[in-house]
Design a protein around this ligand. Structure first.
Ligand SMILES: [Zn+2]
Length: 408
């Protein structure tokens, strides 16, 4: 006898329906006076996009589990596709298959356990509130303390990057996600959907700029180079711009991206394709600053050559923040004498963010929107959940900037 998945789901539903008290899947299980528009009609099952093999995502339907007293059920509104997701889709480097991906997600609370009262920053939480998650399970105080000086969240589990289990609702590429007790969750109801989808990548830049500030070199009137104008470099320019730093030169090989960099706040741009050799390129950067090298540089590409080059754009006594190598992109060659010692360059590395940076990001997005930076135009493509394979392919083809999956 063969039973397909739909039949199994129906069986599970009927068993759940027979259970008295624990009928979480029934609409009437929602609070008596739901504040949120979606709270009154929670379905019995959720759709989740499961990466079942390389370049293969299947939409599966699972029963929405019963909520614990500390859990939150969120109806997903949208989720950005990250480079990490694309790597996992293409090659499974983290060995997570089968997995429900999507960590740049946001949605609306439709049901909460009775112990849930406030978010991770102490802000009240209720049905209908819009939320994002940062990481799962408070088991490492060095990561989870709400302190700028603590370790980044790199060692923590994140929704959308944990292997499938019997809950299944573990990633944001879905129509519902179950946020388990102990997760960090933030009430971001005062941000629109597109801004909320951009929170996670923006937090990467808030952290990088905080790291850059520790050098003491980054000032209001600094000349700053941003190398690489993908989403990360473009957001880097936006963060600098909202801080009042105006003398920014963007370096990239794509004219469209350079044009966007200008709209994001870059004063001048350099297309590296127009210059042969590093001396000519460094000369172009110098010209773009009116005859000066930069005081500070942000390296936002994953290219080893770009890392080698960037030292040549920095003045003696200047600073560098390297944040492009989110994953291992190989070794880069530098000349320690010319590039670091003789020029006395101060370098910092940056990777992911701290819990505190995550919360700082919400205010950054409000400032960026308020001064008219085209943040939302970073999201160049939107796909429905059932079109998720196309969303990944678009990301892999490096068409556009930020690709998002949005539920209708
Ligand atoms: Zn990401």
């Amino acid at each position: 006898m063969t039973i397909n998945e739909n039949e199994i789901a129906k069986l599970v539903q009927s068993v759940l329906a027979e259970m008295s008290g624990g009928a979480v899947s029934k609409p009437q299980a929602a609070p008596a006076k739901p504040a949120g528009a979606n709270a009154g009609n929670i379905p019995a099952t959720a759709k989740v996009a499961v990466l079942t093999g390389l370049e293969k995502v299947e939409i599966k339907e699972y029963p929405i589990p019963e909520l614990g007293d500390d859990d939150i059920l969120v109806k997903v509104e949208g989720c950005g596709v990250c480079g990490t997701d694309a790597h996992e889709y293409k090659r499974d480097p983290f060995g997570l298959i089968p997995v429900v991906l999507g960590h740049e997600g946001t949605g609306e609370i439709v049901k909460m356990g009775k112990n849930v009262k406030v978010d991770s920053a102490g802000k009240p939480l209720g049905i209908g509130d819009k939320v994002v998650t940062c990481m799962i399970f408070k088991d490492n105080p060095d990561i989870t303390m709400f302190d700028l000086n603590k370790q980044n969240v790199g060692g923590a589990d994140v929704y959308g990057l944990i292997p499938d289990d019997d809950v299944h609702l573990n990633g944001w590429f879905a129509d519902y996600i179950l946020v388990r007790g102990g997760s960090t969750v933030f009430n971001v109801s005062d941000l629109d959907l597109d801004s909320r989808i951009l929170i996670e990548p923006c937090a990467v830049l808030i952290h990088a700029v905080e790291r850059a500030k520790t050098t003491g070199i980054l000032k209001f009137n600094s000349r700053v180079v941003v190398q690489g104008c993908g989403p990360i470099g473009l957001i880097c320019i936006a963060v600098l711009r909202t801080m009042g730093i105006e003398n920014i030169v963007a370096v990239d090989g794509n004219e469209q991206r350079l044009a966007f960099a200008k709209r994001m706040g870059a004063d001048n741009t350099v297309n590296y394709n127009n210059f042969k050799g590093i001396d000519a390129l460094a000369g172009a950067v110098k010209d773009a600053f009116g005859g000066y090298l930069s005081d500070f540089a942000f390296q936002c590409t994953g290219s080893p050559v770009a890392h080698s080059n960037i030292y040549k754009f920095i003045r003696s006594g200047g600073g560098l923040c390297e944040l492009g190598f989110f994953i291992n992109g190989g070794d880069a060659t530098i000349n320690p004498h010319f590039d670091i010692c003789a020029k006395e360059i101060t370098t910092v590395g940056s990777w992911v963010y701290t819990l505190r940076d995550y919360a700082t990001t919400f205010d950054f997005l409000k400032r960026a929107n308020a001064i008219g930076l085209p943040m939302k135009e970073l999201i160049t493509h939107k796909y429905g959940l059932d079109e998720i394979n196309e969303a990944f392919q678009t990301n892999l083809a490096q068409a556009g900037l930020k690709i998002a999956v949005v539920n209708k």
